[in-house]
Each structure stands twice: as C-alpha cells, then as structure tokens.
Design a protein around this ligand. Sequence first.
Ligand SMILES: [Zn+2]
Length: 51
Amino acid sequence: MCSVGDSFGVELEGGMESHKYLCNHCSKMFKGIGTNLKCPKCFSKDIKCVE
Ligand SMILES: [Zn+2]
C-alpha cells in the first residue's frame, strides 16, 4: 500500500502504518497515514510515497 490515489479510498484512522511522502511541488518530506493526504507545507496533493 504505497500508492497515492488508488482504489483504496476508505478512510481509516488509528492502527495504520505511516509512510513517508515527498511533495512533488515543494519537495517537503513528511509522514502520513492513510489516503487523501496533502502536503502540510503547500497543501498540494501532488505527493509520492518514498518509504
Ligand atoms: Zn508541498
């Protein structure tokens, strides 16, 4: 589960593994859990999972 915007669109919270993401827009690296993530710096959804 290392993709963004795939068919797994169910929103779950708690007990999920966090992944590292890199923003393609401002190169900010951040941790996120689940889907529908946004960059905390520029709020872009143009992000990719790097770990
Ligand atoms: Zn960004």
